[in-house]
Design a protein around this ligand. Sequence first.
Ligand SMILES: NC(=O)c1ccc[n+]([C@@H]2O[C@H](COP(=O)([O-])OP(=O)(O)OC[C@H]3O[C@@H](n4cnc5c(N)ncnc54)[C@H](OP(=O)(O)O)[C@@H]3O)[C@@H](O)[C@H]2O)c1
Length: 254
Amino acid sequence: MGTVLITGGSEGIGLELAKLYAADGNELILCARDTVKLQEAKHEVQQLWHVRCETISLDLSERNAAKSLYDKVKDRQISTLINNAGIGFTGKSWEIPLEAEETMVRLNDETLMSLTKLFLNDFIERGEGTIVNVASTGAFQPGPYIAGYYASKAFVLNYTKALAEETRGTGVHVCCLCPGPVDTHFYMKSGGRKPRFVMNAEKTARIAYEKIQKGKAVIVPGWINNLVRVLPLSIRIAYVKKTKLKNLNRKTKR
Ligand SMILES: NC(=O)c1ccc[n+]([C@@H]2O[C@H](COP(=O)([O-])OP(=O)(O)OC[C@H]3O[C@@H](n4cnc5c(N)ncnc54)[C@H](OP(=O)(O)O)[C@@H]3O)[C@@H](O)[C@H]2O)c1
């Protein structure tokens, strides 16, 4: 048992992971921006599992956010860091505002890397600890009309896989969670449409949680997502292009 720090822990996949860690008796620190949603998440978790749950409201897309989060919690003996907060944007790349994608890269990549490095130092010194970086199945191929987001997740996947190799034998477990489409508010926020086939966040988290405990390096929840992943690259790119473009055209017609 220990203290689990979850970024983006106020809703969606992060909140479902929080509930599973709490059910096993871990204390929680949930970080996101919206204080109301954080409080709701805290109450939900505590009503279910009576564990200590702290919330930290912070915009993790701001420069130096990783260091200020680390400074707030470094004395709490964090046992698991889950870098889950993330955003994405769909559309023609030249039409997505530059600032939006710069913010996305800071949140999805820069802050994730900084938090990973800050905690990894401590974990290596202690010879224990777990870091879970949340990417996406979008990390496995380029994504036309969601280009920046998929590329940001490819960074997460490759960075995390490399660290998983570096940390082998140190007692520290570093792994990458790559969900396929999940039924959360992510699509509404990203300007996209929710795909027809989505996994619910609770099931995604449950599969992820089991595989994290087993020490897996790359976790892709669901057999369909694992099947799609091994299709030829050209087919996967063409599929993403076709579905995203269809959704864009639907949106502009409305
Ligand atoms: N849903 C999917 O289909 C899917 C598929 C593959 C991968 N993923 C990845 O899974 C992760 C979780 O996604 P989700 O679907 O659970 O999304 P979600 O329901 O939209 O939750 C996102 C969480 O991140 C927090 N967050 C967003 N921007 C933040 C910021 N600037 N600073 C701090 N916290 C921030 C949100 O809280 P606030 O807005 O209050 O800050 C919220 O708690 C993301 O990394 C996403 O890329 C999602």
